[in-house]
Design a protein around this ligand. Structure first.
Ligand code: BES
Ligand code: ZN
Length: 630
C-alpha cells in the first residue's frame, strides 16, 4: 500500500469540516509502523489514532505572559478505536468537547522526565474534538520578553521555538516529527503588535475590540508539528524580492534587509538543484538576541538570530542552511530523532551547494574544510569507535543533544563523498528525485539507503562496495573512502598559523584580506597556551575585541577565557548579556567553568545577571554546567 497523506489533498476549509478519509484506512505512513521509525519522545500511538489537522484559536496575554484558547483537532482513527493520546507538557486543559458539544472524558497521565505527560481522550466515535486550554505558565517553547529586552524598548515580545519537543508546552497535539499535520490559526494580540507564524497569512488583521487585533494563518501542507511557530512584537516588514521578505523590529530592519539581499539568488540556486520551492513565500524574521539558535527553519518564515548580521554578508550561510531545510527536513522529515542527520546533515550538504553557487567555489571549499576539521576533531575526541560518532544515533539519545560535528558535518561529508564517487550530475538527479518521491512524508535512514540502492546504484556491485553506505550511516568514525576537502582552501592561512606557532609572527595585512572562514580557521588553530602579553598583541594587531563578526568574536573570547585573560572578562560579560544563542553562550560558560578557581566565580557572577535574559533551552544548558544552585 502506498501512503497517501490524507490532509495533503484537502484544503484547509475542507479539512476542518470533518474527516474525508476512507473508513478502513487511517492514512499513516507505513514507515511509522516500523521499529526503526519509532519515536520514543511521543506518547502518541499513531497506528491507532492520529491528528491530521489542527485549528488554533488563541489569545496572547502579555500581562500574564500566557497563551490560551482552543485547539480543534481532526483525527484519523482505526475502526473501533475510541481514544487518542496527545502530548502535553504542563498544558492546563479546561475541557474537551465533541462536535455536538458533548464533553469528552480525558485523563492527564504522570509526567515523564524530558517528555511531559500523555493526555488520553475518550473520543468514542468523534473524529473531531475541541480542547479548551491554557499553555503551561512557563511554557518551554515560548519566550516572553519585557520591553527592555527588545531593541525598541517600548513593547513586549514573544516568540516560540518548537524543535525538538517543546511545542507540546503550548499546543495540545501529537508532537512527533512523523505525525504530519496541516494547520490553521487565529491569534489575537494587543495593537500595535503584529503576529507572524510559520504559515501563510490569511487576509488583513481584523479589529476585535478592546484594542486587540486578530491574525489568521494557514498551512495547507502537512508538516511536522515542531515546525509550527509564532512571533509577536513591534515588528515591520520589508520586501526583498517577489517571494521573499524580512520582518524585524524597526530598529534592526535596515541592517537585516541589507544582509539578506542574496536570498532570492539562494532560492534560485536551490530550485535549480532540487526542484521547485513548494511553500509559496520564503520570509524571515530577525528575532531579539535571546533567540537560542542561529536559525530555525519554520516553513514560510525562517527564524534568525540577529548575530548573523556581520555587515558583510559573511555569515549568511545560516540563511542558505535554513532555506535548504525547505527540502531536507520540512519536505522530507525524519520520523524519529535518531535520524537527525537526515535533516541536518543533508541540509548542511545543500547549504554547501547553495553557497558554492551564490558565493563561489572558494568560499564553499573553505566552509567545507572548516566542517571537515570539526568532524576530525570530534572523532579524535570521542574515539573512532565511539557509538555517538555514527550518523544514526545509537539509543535513546536526547533529541536536543545533537552533536553538530557528527549530525551536521559528518552527515554532509557522507553526501559529498557519495557525490564525488558517483559524479555530481548523477548524484544531483538522484537527490532531487528522493525529495520528489518522499515529498511531505517522514523517512528513515534505512529508507534513504534503500532508495539510493534502488535508484542510484542499481545492480552495480562495484559501486556499492566503493560507497560503503552502511559504514557511513551505521558505523563509527570516518570511513576511508571520505572525500577530503580541497587542501588549497586554507593553504595561506595555515602557513600563517605555522608562522605564528613558530615565532609569534602576525601579519595584520594578511588578516585584513582574509574571509570569515579563514579568520575562524586561524583562531581555531592558535596554540593552546597563550600568555597575557601574546593575547594583548593578538587583540591589538587583529582588532579582535572590536570585531562586529559574532563568530570571530566568540572564538576570540573563548581563547581569552581558556587562558584566564582578565582584560577580556568585561567583553565576555557584555557579549553574554547581549546574546542568548546557545552555540555561543554554553561554550563560553563552559570555558569559564573549566578554569575552576579563576573562572567559576566569574561564571556565577555573570550568569546571575544574564540567566533571566535567556530562553529556557539556553538556560537549561547553562544550569547543567553551573550546578543546580545557580
Ligand atoms: N533546526 C536547526 C535548529 C535546531 C536544532 C533547533 C536542534 C532545535 C534542535 C537549525 O536548522 C540549525 O541547524 N541551526 C543552526 C544553523 C547553522 C548550522 C548554520 C544554528 O542554529 O546554529
Ligand atoms: Zn538545520
Amino acid at each position: 500500500m502506498r501512503f497517501i497523506a490524507p490532509a495533503a489533498f484537502c484544503l484547509v476549509a475542507a479539512c476542518t469540516t470533518g474527516s474525508s478519509l476512507p473508513e478502513a484506512s487511517i492514512g499513516i505512513a507505513p514507515v511509522l509502523t516500523s521499529e526503526e521509525a519509532r519515536d520514543e519522545y511521543t506518547f502518541a500511538r499513531p497506528q491507532e489514532a492520529r491528528v491530521t489537522h489542527l485549528a488554533l484559536d488563541l489569545d496572547l496575554d502579555f500581562t500574564r505572559q500566557s497563551v490560551g484558547g482552543t485547539a480543534r483537532l481532526n483525527i484519523a482513527a482505526a475502526p473501533g478505536v475510541q481514544q487518542i493520546i496527545l502530548d502535553s507538557s504542563g498544558l492546563q486543559i479546561a475541557n474537551i468537547t465533541a462536535p455536538d458539544g458533548a464533553a469528552l472524558a480525558f485523563e492527564i497521565g504522570d509526567t515523564v522526565e524530558g517528555k511531559g505527560e500523555p493526555v488520553t481522550v475518550k473520543i468514542g466515535d468523534a473524529r473531531r474534538i475541541t480542547i479548551r486550554y491554557t499553555a503551561a505558565p512557563q511554557a518551554d517553547a515560548l519566550q516572553w520578553l519585557a520591553p527592555e529586552q527588545t531593541a525598541g524598548g517600548e513593547h513586549p515580545y514573544v516568540f516560540s521555538q518548537g524543535q525538538a519537543i517543546l511545542n507540546r508546552s503550548w499546543i495540545p497535539t501529537q508532537d512527533s516529527p512523523g505525525i504530519r499535520q496541516t494547520w490553521e490559526a487565529r491569534i489575537t494580540a494587543p495593537a500595535p503588535l503584529d503576529v507572524v507564524m510559520s504559515g501563510i497569512r490569511q487576509g488583513e488583521p481584523e479589529d476585535v475590540g478592546q484594542g486587540r487585533r486578530a491574525f489568521s494563518f494557514a498551512m495547507d501542507k502537512p508538516v511536522a508539528p515542531y515546525l509550527i511557530a509564532l512571533a509577536a512584537g513591534h515588528i515591520d516588514f520589508r520586501a526583498l524580492g517577489p517571494r521573499t521578505g524580512v520582518w524585524s523590529e524597526p530598529e534592526t530592519l535596515e541592517r537585516a534587509a541589507a544582509e539578506l539581499v542574496d536570498t532570492e539568488a539562494m532560492i534560485d540556486a536551490a530550485e535549480a538543484l532540487y526542484g521547485p520551492y513548494r511553500w509559496g513565500r520564503y520570509d524571515m524574521i530577525v528575532l531579539p538576541p535571546s533567540f537560542p539558535y542561529g536559525g530555525m527553519e519554520n516553513p514560510t518564515l525562517t527564524f534568525l538570530t540577529p548575530t548573523f548580521i556581520a555587515g558583510d554578508r559573511s555569515l549568511t550561510g545560516l540563511v542558505a542552511h535554513e532555506l535548504a531545510h525547505s527540502w531536507s527536513g520540512n519536505l522530507v522529515t525524519y520520523a524519529s530523532w535518531r535520524d537527525g542527520w537526515l535533516n541536518e546533515g543533508v541540509t548542511s550538504y545543500i547549504e554547501s551547494r547553495i553557497s558554492e553557487v551564490v558565493f563561489g567555489a572558494r568560499r564553499a571549499a573553505q566552509e567545507r574544510a572548516l566542517a571537515f576539521a570539526g568532524v576530525e576533531g570530534a572523532v579524535e575526541e570521542r574515539g573512532a569507535d565511539a557509538p555517538e560518532t555514527a550518523l544514526r544515533t545509537p539509543a535513546a539519545l536526547d533529541p536536543f543533544a545533537t552533536d553538530s560535528s557528527i549530525t551536521y558535518d559528518k552527515g554532509a561529508l557522507f553526501l559529498h563523498t557519495v557525490e564525488s564517487i558517483v559524479g555530481r550530475e548523477r548524484f544531483d538527479a538522484w537527490l532531487r528525485s528522493w525529495f520528489d518521491r518522499h515529498a511531505f512524508q517522514p523517512a528513515t535512514s534505512a529508507m534513504f539507503l534503500a532508495d539510493m540502492r534502488q535508484n542510484l546504484i542499481g545492480d552495480d556491485a562495484a559501486l556499492e562496495q566503493r560507497l560503503q553506505l552502511d559504514a557511513w550511516v551505521y558505523g563509527t568514525g570516518i570511513p576511508d573512502n571520505v572525500a577530503r576537502p580541497d587542501p588549497a582552501a586554507f593553504a595561506q592561512v595555515d602557513a600563517a598559523s605555522r608562522a605564528y606557532a613558530a615565532g609569534r609572527t602576525l601579519d595584520a595585512q594578511a588578516w585584513a584580506g582574509w574571509s570569515t572562514a579563514e579568520r575562524m580557521r586561524f583562531m581555531q588553530n592558535l596554540p593552546d597556551a597563550l600568555s597575557d602579553a601574546e593575547l594583548a598583541t593578538l587583540d591589538r594587531t587583529l582588532g579582535l575585541s572590536g570585531t562586529g563578526n559574532s563568530e570571530v568574536k566568540f572564538l576570540w573570547l573563548q581563547t581569552a577565557l581558556e587562558n584566564r585573560y582578565d582584560p577580556a572578562v568585561p567583553q565576555a560579560e557584555a557579549f553574554l548579556a547581549g546574546v542568548g544563542r546557545n552555540k555561543f553562550v554554553e561554550p563560553l560558560f563552559d570555558a569559564l567553568v573549566k578554569q575552576g578557581d579563576w573562572g567559576m566565580p566569574i561564571a556565577r557572577r555573570i550568569y546571575a545577571a544574564t540567566r533571566p535574559l535567556y530562553h529556557s533551552y539556553t538556560r537549561g544548558r547553562v544550569d547543567l554546567l553551573l550546578g543546580a544552585e545557580s
